[in-house]
Design a protein around this ligand. Structure first.
Ligand code: NDP
Length: 285
């Protein structure tokens, strides 16, 4: 049976450092603060917001939500985000996604100040991920994947990594971060031929496709490490990943669970990014 890569353990290990840094900032008069922007009240958004607020409270990062109606006029939404951009007390801005269809996502991404864009959606931060420039903020979820890999000492140099999914939120940035650690990365997507055969090449398999339990044992080379980014609901209404945990766990050497895996680290990464953004402001004073 495989070793469980516990996201909760990783988040706990990160907590003390993030908390100490946040306390030092507050003591010097720059209390770190995150602003969350939420459109409407989708249950997924409320769930993530609650988790983010809990983590921020644990480490001493202030967190306020700007609630916008789901049908808020675009100009009003842009004004609200612009006001957070200009608010010196706010160090990080998280806009819960997806935004309503009538909001031009590109306008928001270009408006967001890169130095406050702690979830890596602005073009500058995206470019930095692809350049391997560590001064930016990669999206929190792929960064959480890297934190788990680092915490458990999983070797990437020269290893074959297969990433299932090519979104700008998870698949592509995860691939670039893994490449930055000298893995040989294959990116797969919905048009990939013979996905199980591609996946079986992996020493480390990262699943980010949004399909409940699609990755079964025949996708996994015996002894591979499996990182499951997916958050789905199964036929019984229970939270599950993209990986069919019960069939894959006996084959893999190490595996992240869902829940309790990548998702548990994501909000700690968010808080850490806010602290780093606040440290930059404090250092420039
Ligand atoms: P998207 O829907 O944006 O992207 C899914 C990707 O998977 C696409 O690249 C798509 O390919 C590919 N894909 C879909 N179906 C298949 C298939 N049958 N075979 C091969 N590839 C396929 O999802 P996200 O990247 O935003 O999220 C992925 C998963 O991660 C979701 O379950 C989401 O809930 C979860 N998530 C978890 C977070 C966390 O904190 N743990 C945070 C964010 C997301 P194509 O490009 O060809 O369409």
């Amino acid at each position: 049976m495989s070793e469980v890569l516990s996201g909760k353990t990783v988040a706990q290990a990160m907590l003390e450092e993030v908390k100490t840094r946040a306390e030092a900032l507050s003591a010097k008069g720059t209390p770190p603060k995150l602003a969350i922007v939420r459109f409407g009240a989708r249950p997924d958004d409320l769930y993530y917001e609650k988790g983010a607020k809990r983590t921020c409270a644990q480490v001493g990062v202030a967190c306020d939500t700007t609630e916008l109606a789901a049908d808020v006029p675009e100009a009003e939404a842009l004004r609200a985000i612009g006001a957070l951009n200009d608010d010196p007390a706010v160090h990080g801005i998280l806009i819960l996604q997806p935004m309503p269809k009538h909001i031009d996502t590109a306008k928001v991404r270009y408006l967001l100040k890169p130095e406050k864009d702690v979830d890596g959606t602005s073009p500058i931060n995206q470019a930095k991920v692809f350049e391997g420039d560590p001064t930016g903020y990669p999206p929190c979820t792929p960064t959480a994947v890297m934190e788990i890999i680092k915490h458990y000492g999983i070797e990437l140099k020269g290893k074959k990594v297969v990433v299932l999914g090519r979104s700008m939120v998870v698949g592509k940035p995860a691939s670039m971060l893994l490449l930055g650690e000298h893995a040989t990365v294959t990116i797969c997507h919905s048009r990939t031929k013979d996905l199980p055969a591609e996946a079986r090449q992996a020493d480390v398999l990262v699943a980010a496709i949004g399909k409940a339990k699609m990755v079964t044992a025949d996708y996994v080379r015996p002894g591979a490490v499996v990182i499951d980014v997916g958050i789905n609901v199964d036929e019984a209404g229970k939270l599950c990943g993209d990986v069919d945990y019960d069939s894959v766990a006996p084959v893999a050497s190490q595996i992240t669970p869902v829940p309790g895996g990548v998702g548990s680290v994501t909000t700690m990464v968010l808080a850490k990014h806010v602290v780093r953004a606040a440290e930059k402001v404090a250092a420039s004073r």
